[in-house]
Design a protein around this ligand. Structure first.
Ligand code: ACO
Length: 330
């Protein structure tokens, strides 16, 4: 009997643009201060993708090139590229298609997934099922967002939170039980009222009026989202542990979406995890939406060991949320 195929992460790549926007820069732009931002969110600086015509695919490409180099493969070997993003280069075609063209990944098909801050968990679960089906051998899943394209830099309640960045992982078949072991994903569209971009879709196409009303920027009712996020991310992470008969002691790392340090702390506490087991880089990159979780894996890659249990957890617009259990494969 053939063994069960799991999707193992076999390489990680990442890219953050070089330009920084610090809390002190923001102090000069809106009525805020470094102390408020640090204590309420944990963010100290974020990266901003600058340059005429630069888009999300311009961060996907170096992130994927990075993982190809590490794994010693050519982009021609990629079967499928899935990009989680809410800031695609264009409404269509998909950023994945544009990125494959720029990468020379001529044998890959691909598409984008819109799940806001849960974008990477959704794409990871999808990518894993493609590998588990036995039909595909090399699937790249990427979380990438150029949030600076949809942030209103006169709105102090949102502009302090977000940054730009991309992270990607390569998924390959494994028969030894490593890789993506379980996932609980959730969504609740009634959360739309609290976190959305009001215009630019089919409901309210772009017009002079929508531009004047600043409806192409992120609209967020922060406090309401915060309450749902704290409960959603902590509950689903605890549920994942319980379902897999694990406790905090069995987990090497929590890899949380980086929206707010207070949400991350609540999740770690609920899982019974000490804070030295929590990946945290919100202070340097802010909330890069789909990019946060793979960027954590990218930065912590050298500290991970074969067999480590990781819980990846996220909450975001939609609402969307979830948690994924990964057994590290290298
Ligand atoms: N600087 C100084 N004061 C500020 C700032 C700022 N940048 N922003 C807001 N304030 C003020 C408010 O005006 C308010 O003043 P008031 O009491 O006089 O009315 C006060 O600070 C408190 O404001 P709150 O909104 O209650 O602040 P809160 O502690 O809730 O923090 C935040 C706001 C950081 C946005 C928080 O609510 C949060 O993190 N929410 C969740 C975000 C999230 O997880 N989003 C999901 C992912 S994003 C995605 O999916 C695209």
């Amino acid at each position: 009997m053939s063994k069960k195929i799991t999707a193992a992460i076999t390489a990680v790549g990442g890219y953050v643009p070089p330009d920084k926007l610090t809390n002190f820069d923001l102090e000069k732009m809106v009525d805020t201060n470094d102390e408020w931002i640090r204590t309420r969110t944990g963010v100290e600086e974020r990266r901003i993708l600058k340059g005429e015509g630069k888009a999300t695919s311009d961060m996907v490409v170096p992130a994927v090139q990075d993982l190809c180099k590490k794994r010693g493969i050519d982009p021609m070997e990629i079967d499928c590229l899935i990009v989680g993003t809410v800031t695609p280069d264009m409404v269509f075609p998909a950023t994945a298609n544009i990125a494959c063209d720029k990468l020379g990944a001529k044998n890959a098909w691909g598409f984008d997934v819109s799940a806001a801050c849960s974008g990477f968990l959704y794409t990871l679960t999808l990518g894993a099922t493609l590998i588990e089906s036995g039909r595909y051998k090399k699937v790249v899943v990427c979380g990438a967002d150029k949030m600076s394209a949809i942030v209103d830099y006169t709105d102090r309640s949102t502009c302090i939170l977000f940054g730009d960045g991309a992270g990607a992982v390569l998924l390959e078949p494994n028969e030894e039980g490593y890789g993506i072991l379980d996932s609980i994903l959730r969504s609740d569209g009634s959360g739309c009222q609290y976190l959305q971009m009001k215009a630019g879709g089919s409901k309210k196409p772009a017009s002079i009026e929508t531009v004047m009303a600043k409806e192409h920027f992120i609209y967020q009712e922060g406090q309401a989202v915060f309450k749902f996020a704290v409960k959603g991310m902590a509950d689903v992470s605890a549920e994942l542990l319980e379902k897999n008969h694990l406790t905090g002691d069995d987990i090497a790392w929590l890899v949380p979406h980086q929206a707010n340090k207070r949400i991350i702390d609540a999740t770690a506490n609920r899982m019974g995890l000490s804070h030295d087991k929590v990946m945290l880089n919100i202070q340097r990159y802010g909330n890069t939406t789909s990019g946060t979780i793979p960027l954590c894996l990218w930065e912590w890659e050298k500290q991970l060991h074969k067999g480590d249990n990781l819980v990846l957890a996220a909450f975001g617009g939609g609402f969307t949320w979830g948690a994924t259990l990964v057994k590290w494969a290298y």
